[in-house]
Each structure stands twice: as structure tokens, then as C-alpha cells.
Design a protein around this ligand. Sequence first.
Ligand code: CO
Length: 568
Amino acid sequence: MKESIKTRVRITDTTLRDAHQSLWATRMRTDDILKIAEKIDDAGYYSLECWGGATFDVCMRFLRENPWERLRRIKKVCRKTPLQMLLRGQNLLGYKHYPDDIVDRFVALACENGMDIFRVFDALNDPRNLEQAIKSVKKYGGHAQGTISYTTSPVHTIPAYVALAKEQVSMGIDSLCIKDMAGILTPGAARELVGALVKALPDLPIQVHSHMTSGMAAAMYMAAVEAGAGCVDTAISTMSSFSSQPPTESMVAILESEGFDTGLDQAKLAEINAYFQGVKAKRQPASSAKVEPVDAGVLVHAIPGGMISNLRSQLAQQDALDRLPEVLAELPNTRADMGYPPLVTPTSQIVGVQSVLNVLSGKRYSMVTDETKRYAAGYYGRTPAPIEPKLRKKLMGDLKPITCRPADLLKPGLAAAAAELPPNTIKSEEDILSYALFPEVALGYFKWRKEGGPIPADEEEAKSVSAAPVQKQGGAPSQSGAAPSGAASAGKGVAVLAPLNGTFYRSDAPGKPQMAADGAQVKSGDAVCVVEAMKLFNPIKASASGKITFLVAHGAAVTKGQALATVE
Ligand code: CO
């Protein structure tokens, strides 16, 4: 008797993390999750992605929740299905490199609190940035999933991706994820990439992660599965599509019709979905209800949807929303200049803001953010393609290039973080990690917790959200066409002008000494202060040599063209 044996294809549910991060700015609450957690645990998923990405920041900043507590409470209910998180390699859940001792302790505590599978990725696909996290996951008994951050460029070839996968296998990964954060992986390219990986590494389980932004993800998953991928990421239908993952129910129907067995039961999925329809009515931000179902523009410009909305708000802060088309045209050029980084946190931010500056300043790279400077010098890792030497020198400014693993330059940080905390602020070691990752946000949360503050209502929270990133603007500056960092005569002396709307600082990082004292002798071209705009620090250079007098207070809002100081 011949019987066809169905191939098993597993499904990771992203409803509790990526889906609401993509659709609702990560505003799902722990109570929303717990009311349905048992049913989700019972559905037969391969794993539940429920932590990582923006979870920490949003939990503490807006929801006034302890992210560790969320993990413990989910784990208490979900005993059958492994829990999964997204980890930015050496960046953990933050936006910079952390020392190895912090990475190691974070992973240890995540395992202790119930995390099972760690998807570890790096924005530049630099394996040195994955090394410590993978080592720690293995050390504490977790499942280490390596990652290819997928993008397209002349240097992102199939052999290069296969080599990257092999390198991660040698580090001990248990499986590999192809992470298509922008939703640009086509079915044809997926078939080719998965096929090559299966051929080169036949024992390595392959999972595919994508977003429905461009509308291709479900078809792409099917092609990837046919080529040998064993697991795909989906979200329950109410929490799916748009910039989220493909709908679970549809994907199950597609896969089963092609003879694959997902182990998921449509009746159970329908119950879970009914629950999230109710949550959606409460939690969906009004702004996300207006989003187009498919952004076909992604097929042309390959810029992730989330990035475009960031560019929009950055341009709005500079009263320059009308220049979005120019920025969209500039962005691929800036990305090429910077060595074709995949566009994902934090490179999406660095490349995005630099493109905005390249357009607004009128002269490309006449303004370079601190982040671009550090990126060019190698502090984020190796760029996929080298930056043209002359441009690299210009971008780095006075920074010396590094060739080592960036985290090798960092001193252990855990004890220092613990020592910095004011007395009676923390309740557990986990709190120290929260603080090490997000110092200001964690302190705000600890204070709220100590004082027993109210749980923020959705409306209050929405207000703080819209207020947070947009700085209060003065009237439009009269010299809106003023040259950036330009010199102009302002009474006696030469004025140093604000090149952008933003916040004025005398030092280039919190707690650091002033870059130039009032009355100091400065040389033309010295960085003397900072204007923070679009969440990045833009060093401002002296426009002449002489004695500097500052005109603006540290921390004040400034508008483009405003005189910050005079040099005489
Ligand atoms: Co994603």
C-alpha cells in the first residue's frame, strides 16, 4: 500500500510581537496577551514570537509595564509552545553596541525568565556582531537562530549569502532565518536563495520571515517552502497584512492545498482571530486605520514602509515635507555610497537621516551626523561593500577607522550600570539590564513604579506618543534658505547658524563636558556644539576662528537659520 507522507511545514506566530509592532506601534498590552495566551499555546504553532524588537522601549516608556514581567507571565501560561524573541546581536534591543558582559547577562536572564528561541540578526550582516549573542544563547541552553538580513545590491549575491550562513553555522547556530524586513524578496529570488542554502547546508533548518508591505510575501513563502524552507512567520488574520506578516489562516490553506501539513486547525485559529478583532477595536491607533493595504512603491524603490513614515515625520519637523520625492530619489544613492547596508534598525535610521540631510543641505555630505561618522569609521561593523576611500575620509572627519570587532573596544559595563543607579530604584537584577539598555526610559519607569503612578490610558499614551518625536517648533525661520553651518554677519563677529530645526546642546552626549567653553578661542571648522534633529546629533562647526560667545541655552529648541553663537 502506498501512502503519501505529507511534508511538515511549521509556522511561527508573530501576532504577539512583530504584528503589533508593525501595525500598532507595539501597543499591545500584557493583559491583552494573557487573555488569549492559553488558546494560542494550544493551537500547534512551532513557536510564539512575543518579545524583542521594540518591546522593551515601548513597555517601559508608554505602557508602564515591566518587559521581564511580561515574559514571565506569558511563559507561565504557554507551556507547550516555545517562546521566541528577536535580538539585534550586539545591539540587543537597543540602538548601539553593548559590551559583551551585558550581552551575556541579558541572554542568561532572558533564558531564565522563559525565552527559548533567539533570532539573532545584525543590520550589516557582520558575523562579528552576532558572535557573542550566539555564544551566550548556546551557553544558557537556548535555540540560536542565525539570520540573513535580506537586501539587494551588487554585493549581496547568492554565494555571499551562502558564505554568511556557513560562517554562522560554524558559530553553532541551530537554524537560520532569512529576514526580509522590507518585503522585497520575490518568489523567484527566494527559490534561488533557499535552494542554494539547502544545497550547501542540507542539515540546517531554514525559516523565512517577511512582511506583506509589497503584497508578495505569501507567494514568496510558498516558493521558499517548495525550495526546502521548513518554517514561515505569519500573524493571525486580524493582525496580518499591510506592513505585518501574511495571514496565518490563508497561509495554512495555501500550504495544505499543496500537500504540506502545518499541524494547525482552522477552527482554533478562528477562535483566536475573533479575540483579536475585539482587541483591535481598543488598541489600533487611528493613524494605522488609514494605511493602504499594499504599498506597490516598495516594488520600485525597495524602501521599507516604516522608513518612509519616519522620513515623512523628519521632513515635517524641518517644514520640508514637500521634499519627500527628492529624499526618496536620494536614498538609494546614499545607501550605495555607504556600502549598501540592508535597511533595518539601526542602519535604516542612519541612511535615512543622512539622505534627508543630503537633500536639505543642498550639498551632499556637507552635513554628516555623528552616527554616519561612526558608521563610516567601522563602529557599527564592516560595511557590505567598501566606502570609496575619499568619501570615507570625509565622512569620518577626525575619527580614526577601526578594523576590529566594534565590541572589542568596549569595557565591561554591567557593574558600572549597577553602580550608576540611584539607591532603592531597582527590585531585581533584570532591572539593571533594563537600565543598561535604556537608561532614561528605565529610570522614568522605575520612578513611576515607585510612586505607584496610574496605568496610562490609551488616549494619554497616544498623546505622549505624538508629542515625543516631534519637537515644538517656533515660527518658520525667515532665512529658510540659509546655507547650513553658514557664516553670516550678526552684529560684531560671525554667527554660527543652526542648520536644522532641533534641540541645541553644548556637549555631544549627556553628561559629557562642553565642546567649547563660552569665551574660548576656537578655530574655523572646530565642532563647537550640537543640534539634535531627527533623533541624531549633528555637530555644528565654527564658521570662523576667534573667540566664541554662545547665544542659546543648552537644551533649548532652535530653528533653522537661528544664530547659535558668534565668533569674533
Ligand atoms: Co519583521
